[in-house]
Design a protein around this ligand. Structure first.
Ligand code: DX5
Ligand code: ZN
Length: 225
């Protein structure tokens, strides 16, 4: 497989697909299965049509693992809660441009809290919406489902967007990761990697698998498997 990046592929299982009655064990299980980051989906029932969990759960899990916490905010407004998620133990906080009126200011706030930043592009959101904030971005997340629920089907229509963003990142010369979220499986992961992604979120495909280590290896593909 030809890939335009030589960076290692990181796998970030989404806690949304875990057994919520056993969160501590679920986190330990995916860490020992080889997960790189823990992806935490925060939903408010307003920006997206589902409610998940908030900073209290992030804080409770923080001492249980060494994995970086990748917090994906699907809440609007996001600004009033950035400090709470930073204090709860987020390492990276991602938000959607549609979640507030001043994306640039929100990214400055996250950086000011000492955390890494991410911007998230919904399937209908164009790449141009983030073209002028790349200097404040550590990660770009391409949604390959409409956000709100796990277990949806991967939208292949987003593959050209990934390739465009990979070019944009490479041309910028900046240290920006390209993450994919939604319907990532051992079948769809190679398409994302081919298009230039280097961080793959997977909920159902990891937590729903009988052997999480094998699932992570399969999604990562040739990389470190
Ligand atoms: C969707 C979330 C995803 C979701 C992925 O709104 O942002 O992180 O949990 O779940 P799967 O991998 O099952 O599509
Ligand atoms: Zn997510």
């Amino acid at each position: 497989m030809t890939r335009s990046t030589s960076r290692p592929v990181l796998i970030a299982p989404s806690l949304l697909a875990a057994d919520f009655t056993r969160l501590a064990e679920e986190v330990a299980a995916i860490e020992s299965a080889g997960a790189d980051w823990l992806h935490l989906d925060i939903m408010d029932g307003h920006f997206v049509p589902n409610i998940s969990f908030g900073p209290a759960i992030v804080k409770a899990l923080r001492p249980l693992t060494r994995m970086p916490f990748d917090v994906h905010l699907m809440i609007a407004p996001a600004d009033p809660y950035l400090a709470a998620f930073a204090e709860a133990g987020a390492d990276l906080i991602s938000l959607h441009p549609e979640a507030g009126p001043h994306l640039h200011r929100s990214l400055q706030t996250i950086r000011g809290l000492g955390k890494k930043t991410g911007v998230v592009l919904n399937p209908g959101t164009p790449v141009e919406s983030i073209a002028h904030v790349l200097d404040l971005v550590d990660l770009i997340l391409v949604m390959t489902v409409n956000p709100g629920f796990g277990g949806q089907s991967f939208l292949e229509s987003q593959l050209p967007k990934m390739a465009t963003l990979r070019r944009m990142i490479d041309e910028s010369g900046r240290d920006i990761r390209l993450q994919i979220d939604g319907g990532v499986t051992a079948r769809t992961a190679p398409l994302c990697l081919e298009a230039g992604a280097d961080v793959l979120v997977a909920g159902t495909a990891v937590f729903g698998a009988p052997d999480r280590a094998a699932a992570i290896r399969a999604i990562r593909g040739g990389q470190g498997a």
